[in-house]
Every structure is written in structure tokens, then in C-alpha cells.
Design a protein around this ligand. Sequence first.
Ligand code: NDP
Length: 487
Amino acid sequence: MASAAIAQEVMLEIRNPRTGQPDRTLAVSSRAEVAEKAAQLRSAQPAWEALGVGGRCAVMARWLGAVKTRAQDIGEADAVDTGGCHTSYLQGFITCGNIGGWLEDAPKAFEALKWQGMSTSMPTVAIESQVVAYPLVGVISPWNAPLMLALLDAVPALFAGSAVLLKPSEVTPRVIDTLFETVREVPELAAVFDYVTGPGEVGQAVIAEADTICFTGSVPTGRKVAVACAERLIPCNLELGGKDPCVVTETADLERAATAVLRGAVYATGQVCYSVERVYVHESVHDAFVEKLVEKAKAVRLNADNPRAGHIGPFTFAPQAEIVRRHIEDARAKGAKVLTGGEIEDIGGGLYLRPTVLTGVTHDMLIMQDETFGPCIPVMAYKDTEEAIRLANDTQFGLTASVIAGDVEEAKAIGRRINAGGIFLQDTFLTFAKLGTFGSDSFGWSGYGAPRIGPESLRRFLRRKSLLTQTGPVADIQNDHHLGATA
Ligand code: NDP
């Protein structure tokens, strides 16, 4: 539970991922501040919900305008937070896409939730549905893609009619400050959307105030969040880690497969929940695939000189570099060969790792079992399809998986048997294709709760009520046929 010991005026020093030096401070929200903000949001929420989805869309369209004018600044702030990679600079524009998508999807999603008709089990009873938003949604988000992962939940919650209290990661606070400058330009929105800052205890304080929680982060923290929500009997939606496999069959176009695997594994320094974390290649093409992969991996450039140039940036969170180093050392000690990269490099205080291709890996190595969250590509040979599927499913996780084969049908036949929520065929990294379409669930430790992407994800913030009208005579206790009993 939240500790009353969260002191007022506590300041944290925030490390810059490119220099390794603190370059700003962050005030830790006290328990009283969290409670006060939650109360203010709660008092404004009924008016927000009463606007209806059309009224909320009008307000959100104005916010979209404010974000568009600051999109560049938002991207710059995200790049400082994360250390800078291509996608960071795009975050302002990605936010516009997120809000714009919900401007189209939210009215349709509300329409789809409407139901009106006669009961089939009690034919004289008319039923009408009503949806009611959870008043206060707590969003707790991680340091990788700090803006995108906060807004994937916060934006639909606002469209649903909820107020939102966000607790971003203390590691990456800058972009959220910039975002909220745009929120304050739209007073109706600022009344129902606010944030608090600080470490995990502040997350617990948010859980103590909210009516439902959306959490994105690691499995151990997700478990603590689930326990705290269970104690309060409030729902929680957990988006957790992954150990996502990619299967490359003997009929695959190896050039295509190596290109897709490399991008899927090292994009954003591998600090992506649905990164490719393990690769299984048919033994007949293993060596040829590895040769292509190594050649491509060696061509990847760090962006140490210029955050806008190069392909991969520093680790955003220094302790993550240590986890990755430990995984590589464990693999080496157990007999793996490191063909590229393999050493954490300190360049001007930033911690970098070049794409690290490993062979000779086995499932008793950390790098094949635990989430690595770095630009590592362990490659293992398999003998037949059954073995590939068994290895892909030999995990506690089940976020996404990829299959690259000679043709789509072959890839689909394998993909259908892998236990994960998103299966990418003939490519990797297709998660965001689900936007505006439909979401999928996570398997195993990778998540819990309803899908977070796609129009149906709005449902996480809405409770459905039924208004049941008796249109016939009322039941008579002495002659009760209303339940249709024929006895
Ligand atoms: P953490 O679990 O460490 O932290 C996530 C958030 O929870 C942060 O805001 C953190 O605060 C907060 N927090 C920490 N302790 C508690 C607590 N006891 N109660 C409530 N909140 C708490 O994750 P990371 O930030 O390290 O993010 C990386 C992880 O996120 C990876 O495992 C990755 O796979 C996963 N992830 C999953 C995604 C998905 O969609 N499935 C997407 C992206 C990432 P603070 O940071 O300030 O300590």
C-alpha cells in the first residue's frame, strides 16, 4: 500500500542518458498532493462525461490542434528523455495520430456498445443499455517510449469520459512536462487530465485513489500493482514484458528475414516490449541466415555523435545496460559465441551496445528465458517445425511472435500454434497495425486485462448498465411464471 512516508519537497536527480550526468531535478509528489489532484479530477469528471462523446471529441480536437503546433518540441523532449532515436523525434506526430484516430473511432465505439430490444428469456421485459465511465483512471507508465505508452491508455480513457491521473516513470519526466503545456491550453481537458511525479511509491498512491488502473511495465512491478488493485477490488489492465520469438523456416527469403529480424531486435536499442528477443532458424539455412544477419548488424551505426544520425541510441536507463551485460556474460559462460557487439561501450557518459548476434545458445541461458530489453539477437537452430513451435512456446511470456517462411500459408500454419497475442507473418514489429482495427490479448506473463489497442479497448474504461423495463403484468408471488419455468 502507499506509504504515508512520501515526504513533501523530496527532489530526485534525473540522469541524461547521453551524458550519464544529472541534468534536471524532479519533485516527488506527496501522498497528499496525489490525493488532492485525484479529488480535483473526480469533481470535474461528471461534467466531462456529461458532454457526451461528441462534446468530448470537440474538446479533444482542440487539443489535437495544440499538440500539432508543439509536435516538434514534444519530439525533442522525448529524445532527451530516451537518449534519442528516430522514433523519439516522431512522438509529437505519433500523438497526433493517436488523438486523431480516436476522434474517428470513439463515436463508432460508443455506437457499437448501444443495445436496445426485448429480452429473449423474459419476453415482456425491454432492455436498454447505458455505458458509464469509471470516474478516475490511473495510468502508470514506463521509461521506454515514455509518451506513447502513457497516451495509449490515457487518450482512450479521456474519450470514454473518464478523468485520468498519470504517473510517468521518474526516469523520463521531460516529455510529459512538455505534453502538459499543450493540455493546459485546453481548460476543459486540463480539468480532467493531470499527472503526478516520482518513483514507485507515487504509483502506489495513484492506485489508492483510482477506480481502475492501466499499468505498463515489468512483470515484478505488474504483480505488485495487481496485488494493490486486488486489495482495493478495482480492475487493473497490465501490459508487461515479452520474450518474443521469431521463427525463420528453411524456405524463407533469408535476405528479407535477416532485414526484418535485425530491425525487430535492435530498433530503439531493443528497448521495446515486442522486440524480437530470440530467433529460431531451420538448421539447413542457419549458417547462411547468420552470415547475412551479422553483415547487416555490423552496418548499424550508433548515434553517439549526433542523436539525429545513426541507427541506435544509448540505453535510456543505465541499470538496463547492466541487465543486458549480465545476459551476454551468462550466455558466454554457458558456451554461446558472440559474433558482433557484445560489449557495453561508455561514450561520453552514454551507455551503448552495438547489435549483438549470438549463436550456440540454449534454453538454460538467461538470454533465452528472461526479457533482455537490449539489442541482442540470440539465434538457435531447429530441426523440424514441431521443434520450432515447442521452442517458441517454451517461455513464461506471450506478447508477440514472428514467423518468416517461404509463403504466407506456411507462416500462418506455424503462427497459429504459437502462444502469443500478436503474430507477425513475413515481417516483425507489426503491433501498431492493430490501431483502429482490433486488439488482441496477451498470453502468460505478458499481460492481463482487455486489449489496449483498437476501438474495443475503450471498453476498459466503461461499465455497462442495463435498464430493464417490465412491459407486461408484474410477477405475482403466488402465481409466478416470469422466469419461464414450466414445472
Ligand atoms: P517498471 O515495472 O520498473 O516501471 C513501470 C512503472 O511503474 C514506472 O512508472 C515505475 O515508476 C512504476 N512503479 C515502480 N514500482 C511501482 C510500484 N511498486 N507500484 C506502482 N508503480 C510502480 O518498468 P520499466 O519502467 O522498467 O519498463 C520496462 C518494462 O516495461 C519492460 O519489462 C517492458 O517489456 C515493459 N513494457 C511493456 C509494454 C507492453 O505493452 N506490454 C510496452 C513497453 C514496456 P519509476 O520508473 O518511476 O520507478
